[in-house]
Design a protein around this ligand. Structure first.
Ligand SMILES: Cc1cc2nc3c(=O)[nH]c(=O)nc-3n(C[C@H](O)[C@H](O)[C@H](O)COP(=O)(O)OP(=O)(O)OC[C@H]3O[C@@H](n4cnc5c(N)ncnc54)[C@H](O)[C@@H]3O)c2cc1C
Length: 305
């Protein structure tokens, strides 16, 4: 896998040849947990056995070197790309009707919008609901995409705390499933740069802890206790806690899903409708961006034809 350099770091189809097996294939359960579960559980909220090996293969090349963040948040990128384009916020698309020369888009407030083409850049289940007449391979891809969940707490600290390993600062620390035991902690992300004053830790629940069944207070208590046990320097530092829960979190690419996606893409654009979103390339920002570029290229070519 390490030698299989992907053509495109933002596109799982680059690693299609690994799609026939799971990321845990060929490993013992303990081996899979130690070697591959870190990124999968922390970043994608799924056990390795649930994910296509194409995910693991691509991540080996994506996550190299230092962690990188967009200063001010990824929303800055979206704003920059949107530029002067008129964007209407807080308007839900309720239906999309293909016409011979374009599309009519019905919206929750205001008059329908007509256009020469439409790209549905929304989660797979929403796209499936909006575009019931999509070609079969497209519907099959959309229907197969489910989403993981993530539960975590932000801990504000009096001062910015650094985690270190062998003298080097650690940006993200993962507790693998065998190490979770009876505790709740699944990982710690050092997010001091996001805080105007003091420090900030993002502490996630391990999948095995089944955080969905815990109240917010209970989850925050458990995660704070666990992180204080692991890093005693946190004791007495926490000034505020905010619990966050994302469900849906990211689309889950199971074994076979990448080839299904490739099939779906081969049927796009269909008429004047196309699709974008992380479920169309890879479940991270780079994938979402790439899917938009691909949809724009397909749609542009169809309009010029
Ligand atoms: C908590 C969290 C942390 C993450 N951290 C990272 C990270 O560190 N690095 C990374 O690379 N990725 C991260 N991701 C993943 C990344 O955010 C996503 O992969 C990416 O945002 C997906 O972009 P998208 O455009 O496909 O979908 P989204 O960003 O979900 O955008 C879809 C948009 O469609 C809108 N929409 C849906 N239905 C309709 C409708 N009917 N009408 C109108 N609008 C509609 C939604 O409101 C939404 O604004 C994280 C995700 C989460 C939830």
């Amino acid at each position: 896998m390490l030698l299989a350099r992907p053509r495109d770091l933002g596109d799982l189809v680059s690693m299609r040849r690994f799609d026939g097996r799971s990321a845990a294939a060929g490993l013992t359960p303990a081996g899979a947990d130690y070697l591959t579960a870190g990124p999968h559980e922390f970043l994608w909220g799924e056990r390795s056995a649930e994910l296509t090996a194409a995910m693991f293969a691509l991540q080996l090349h994506v996550f190299t070197g230092e962690l990188r963040e967009v200063r001010g948040g990824i929303g800055r990128f979206v704003g920059a790309v949107a530029g002067d384009t008129p964007v209407r916020h807080h308007v839900e698309v309720t239906a999309v009707h293909p016409r011979a020369d374009g599309v009519t888009v019905e919206v929750s407030t205001g008059l329908p919008v007509t256009a020469r083409a439409a790209v549905l850049a929304c989660p797979a289940d929403r796209a499936a609901a909006l575009w019931a007449e999509a070609p079969l391979p497209v519907r099959s891809h959309l229907a197969s995409m489910d989403h993981s969940r993530i539960d975590y707490v932000y801990l504000r600290t009096r001062t910015p705390l650094e985690l270190r390993a062998e003298g080097r600062p650690v940006g993200m620390e993962v507790v693998t499933t065998p190490e979770v035991g009876g505790s709740t902690l699944g990982g710690v992300y050092v997010a001091n740069a996001w805080a105007d004053e003091g420090g900030l830790l993002l502490v996630t629940a391990a999948r095995a802890a089944q955080a969905a069944n815990l109240s917010d207070d209970e989850l925050a208590d458990r995660l704070q206790t666990d992180v204080e046990k692991l890093h005693p320097e946190v004791v007495g530092q926490v000034t505020e806690r905010v619990v966050m829960r994302h469900h849906p979190y990211t689309p889950t690419f199971r074994p076979g899903s990448v080839l299904r996606l490739e099939q779906a893409r081969a049927h796009l654009p269909h008429g004047r409708i196309d699709l974008a979103g992380d479920h169309m390339a890879a479940p991270w920002v780079e994938g979402a961006i790439r899917s938009g570029e691909q949809a724009a290229a397909r749609t542009g070519a169809a309009l010029r034809a």
